[in-house]
Design a binder for this molecule. Structure first.
Ligand code: SF4
Length: 443
C-alpha cells in the first residue's frame, strides 16, 4: 500500500430522511465524523460505509426508510441505521438482517461507536479541520436550533414519546453557546425546534443556568430574550398555546424574536381534541389569538390539522372549518388521518373511511385558500426586510418574517437577480397569489 493510500481518510456516506429534528441529529453526527477525521461522500460508491438516518412517523415514512436502507445495502453493503425507525430495531433487522448496527434517534455516540468498530478513523490533524459551527445540512444563512428532545404528552395519534422518550431540555447555556457560534458563522435566522417548544425547561423545573456569566432560567421566555441579543431572526416552531406563550408577545413587539408562531392545533372540536389528548386543548384559543394580534398585528400564525380522525363527524369537521374562518390563520397544512403502527388512536371506535378523510383534507385546504390569500393581500403596499434564499430566472427568491423555510411561502423579488444569497434586502410588496408575495427592491 502506498503512503498516499494509507493516509486516505475513511469515508462515510450519509442519507438523512425525516423532519428537521432528524436533520438536527444528522448534523451532530456529521460534525462528529468530520471532527474525528472522517471524509464525507455524496455517493454510495465513494463511501466505505453508509449511515441511514431514518424516519418512523407514519407508515409511508417507515417504508421510505426501509427502501433507503435496502438501496444503501445494495449499492454499498456496509450500513449503519439510526433515527426514529431505528428505535424499532426488530422491524429494521427483519427487513434487512445484514445491517451492521441499528440505533434509535438522538444517538450520536452509539452511531459513532458502531462506525469506530466497522470503519476506524484515519486521523490527520492537518486536514481534518472542522468549522466551529459544525457541519450543517441547511444553507449557510439559516440553522435549526434544537432545544429539547422527547415529549411529556401522549397524543393518541403519535408514537414519538415511545420512540424518543419524555422531555429532556438541553441546558440553556449550551443552547445559547450553539446559537452564538452559529450567529458568528454568519447564520441570519435560527429556527427553534423541539417536540414541544413551550414546555422547554419543565423537566428541570426551569433550573437556572449560566450564559455570559449571568444567570438565565431554562425557560422559553428567558431563552428567547437571550437569543434576541444576537440580532438575527429567531423563529419559533411547535409552540402549544399555553398561557405562558402570551409572555412571548412583548418580545415580538420589541423585535427580539420574529412575529411568527407555528402552533400545531390539529383540530378545533373539543371532543376530538380530547380524543387526541392534545396539550393545551382546553385553552380559549380564539380569544388568545385575538389578544396576540391586537398586540402584534403582523403576527403570522401557521398551523397543521388532521382530518378524518377516528370518530370525527361531519358536524365536528364543520366546526373545524368554522374555526378557520374565525381564527384567520395565515398558513395551514392538513393531513388526512392515517394509522401509525403502535399509536393508541388506531383502536378508537368509528374510524372515518379513508376517502372521506382525504376528501375532508381537500375541502379544508380549499376553504383555507381564500383566508390565506386575504391574509397575504394585507401585505401589499408594505415595505419589509426579507432574507434572500436563492436566485433564479424570476428574480431573487426570498422569505419574509412570516415565512419559515420549506413550509411557508416565498417573496419573489422580480428585480432582485443581483442580490447576494443569504443577506437581507428591503423590498416593497406589489402583489400576491395564494402562497407567495411579489415585491421590488427599495433603495
Ligand atoms: S405533543 Fe403530541 S404529537 Fe407532539 S410529539 Fe408530543 S405526543 Fe407527539
Amino acid at each position: 500500500m502506498s503512503e498516499n493510500q494509507s493516509r486516505k481518510p475513511a469515508t462515510v456516506g450519509f442519507v438523512s430522511l425525516g423532519c428537521p429534528k432528524a436533520s438536527s441529529d444528522a448534523e451532530q453526527i456529521l460534525t462528529r465524523l468530520r471532527a474525528e477525521g472522517y471524509s464525507l461522500s455524496g455517493s454510495y460508491e465513494g463511501a466505505d460505509l453508509v449511515v441511514v438516518n431514518t424516519c418512523g412517523f407514519i407508515d409511508a415514512a417507515v417504508q421510505e426508510s426501509l427502501d433507503a436502507i435496502g438501496e444503501a445495502l445494495a449499492e454499498n453493503g456496509k450500513v449503519v441505521v439510526t433515527g426514529c425507525l431505528g428505535a424499532k430495531g426488530d422491524v429494521v433487522r427483519e427487513a434487512h438482517p445484514s445491517v451492521l448496527a441499528v440505533t434509535g434517534p438522538h444517538a450520536t455516540q452509539e452511531v459513532m461507536d458502531a462506525i469506530h468498530i466497522h470503519l476506524p478513523p484515519a486521523h490527520d490533524p492537518f486536514v481534518d479541520l472542522v468549522p466551529p459551527q459544525g457541519i450543517r445540512l441547511t444553507p449557510d444563512h439559516y440553522a435549526y436550533l434544537k432545544i429539547s428532545e422527547g415529549c411529556n404528552h401522549r397524543c393518541t395519534f403519535c408514537i414519538i414519546p415511545s420512540l424518543r422518550g419524555d422531555l429532556v431540555s438541553r441546558p440553556v447555556g449550551d443552547v445559547l453557546r450553539e446559537a452564538e457560534t452559529l450567529a458568528a458563522a454568519g447564520v441570519k435566522e435560527l429556527l427553534v425546534i423541539s417536540q414541544d417548544t413551550s414546555a422547554y425547561g419543565v423537566d428541570v423545573k426551569y433550573r437556572t443556568g449560566f450564559w455570559g456569566g449571568k444567570p438565565v432560567k431554562t425557560r422559553l421566555y428567558e431563552l428567547c430574550n437571550a437569543l434576541g441579543d444576537f440580532g438575527i431572526w429567531v423563529r419559533l416552531h411547535y409552540v402549544y398555546p399555553y398561557p405562558s406563550v402570551d409572555d412571548l408577545i412583548p418580545l415580538m413587539k420589541e423585535g427580539r424574536i420574529l412575529p411568527y408562531l407555528d402552533v400545531p392545533f390539529q383540530h378545533a372540536s373539543g371532543r376530538i381534541l380530547k380524543l387526541m389528548k392534545r396539550p393545551a386543548s382546553a385553552e380559549k384559543v380564539l380569544d388568545r389569538i385575538r389578544a396576540w394580534r391586537s398586540e402584534v398585528p403582523d403576527l403570522t400564525i401557521r398551523s397543521t390539522f388532521i382530518t378524518g380522525f377516528p370518530g370525527e363527524t361531519e358536524a365536528e369537521f364543520n366546526e373545524l372549518l368554522d374555526f378557520l374562518d374565525e381564527a384567520e390563520l395565515d398558513r395551514v397544512g392538513a393531513f388526512a388521518y392515517s394509522d401509525v403502527e403502535g399509536a393508541v388512536a388506531n383502536a378508537l371506535p368509528d374510524p372515518v373511511p379513508p376517502d372521506l378523510r382525504e376528501e375532508r383534507r381537500m375541502r379544508l385546504m380549499r376553504h383555507q385558500e381564500d383566508i390565506s390569500t386575504r391574509r397575504l393581500e394585507r401585505r401589499i403596499g408594505q415595505r419589509m426586510s426579507v432574507l434572500v434564499d436563492d436566485i433564479d430566472e424570476e428574480g431573487a427568491i426570498a422569505r419574509s418574517e412570516g415565512d419559515a423555510p420549506e413550509i411557508d411561502g416565498l417573496v419573489i423579488i422580480t428585480d432582485g437577480h443581483d442580490l447576494p444569497v443569504g443577506e437581507f434586502a428591503e423590498v416593497m410588496v406589489n402583489d400576491c397569489d395564494v402562497h407567495d408575495l411579489y415585491a421590488t427592491l427599495v433603495g
